[in-house]
Design a protein around this ligand. Structure first.
Ligand SMILES: [Mg+2]
Length: 238
């Protein structure tokens, strides 16, 4: 297939990134943020992702926030509320303009629940309309999706959802430009996951997505080398 092939699919590169210990650290020194502003980006990660974004990559965060369910022994209450986890993701999006959206699973390890929030920059939807629609469930406390899947990493649910959203997003963008389905390019999303834990690696495997440990990601000196490195990872056979 050549680049001039009119039937060649539209290839979209998607970087899925873990947050804690990969893209960000905390100000407090805790593993996960304890309040929304308790986060700083890893400078080199920030810089490389900015470059990837300029090279047309889409970047989405994928984070477990089991602290929404595990109980603080001192208070007998969860370490954080769902609302706080969402607020943290929103603050992350503010710090990281290169990140398009964040998927956050608020369930703990032994949880029998399976939930995910998709946090993006649509201010109207989440912050104004959402609480009005879901008033009964408290402000921002209602999972955006609550379908069967294994969202908590090492489950593949968040990664699969991110890829699905990306694919659908490309088609709906084409539709909004007035392109008819029969005239649309086939969209092919090629995803790579970057993370710092075994659960990130296994989640990628479970989703059939290539994986790059964060130390490898950060070993690239500039975005051109990183882009080539990621392309190489993508082209390796499984
Ligand atoms: Mg991590």
């Amino acid at each position: 297939m050549s680049i001039t092939d009119p039937n060649a699919p539209l290839v979209v590169n998607l970087l899925l990134t873990d947050l804690d210990g990969t893209a960000r650290n905390t100000v407090s020194g805790q593993v996960c943020p304890t309040y929304p502003r308790d986060q700083v980006l890893v400078p080199k990660f920030d810089q490389l992702c900015q470059g990837l974004r300029e090279n047309n990559w889409t970047i989405a965060g994928v984070t477990n926030q089991g602290g929404c369910e595990s109980l603080n022994p001192k208070t007998q209450r969860p370490y954080k509320s769902h609302r706080q986890a969402v607020a943290e993701c929103r603050y992350f999006l503010k710090l990281a303009p290169w990140c398009d959206r964040v998927y956050v699973c608020p369930n703990g390890k032994m949880s029998d629940r399976d939930e995910v929030y998709v946090v993006n920059r649509w201010p109207g939807l989440w912050w104004r309309l959402w609480p009005a629609i879901h008033e009964h469930n408290g402000f921002g406390e209602h999972p955006y999706y609550q379908v069967s899947g294994k969202y908590r990493k090492p489950g593949s649910g968040m990664l699969e959802l991110a890829i699905r959203d990306q694919t659908e997003g490309e088609y709906s963008e084409a539709a909004s430009l007035g392109i008819k389905p029969k005239d649309m390019f086939e969209v092919q999303v090629r995803a790579v996951m970057v993370g710092d834990m075994e659960s990130d690696k296994v989640a990628a495997q479970n989703a059939g997505v290539k994986y790059v440990p964060v130390e490898d990601f950060l070993s690239y000196d500039n975005v051109d080398d990183l882009t080539l490195g990621l392309q190489q990872v993508l082209s390796e056979s499984a």
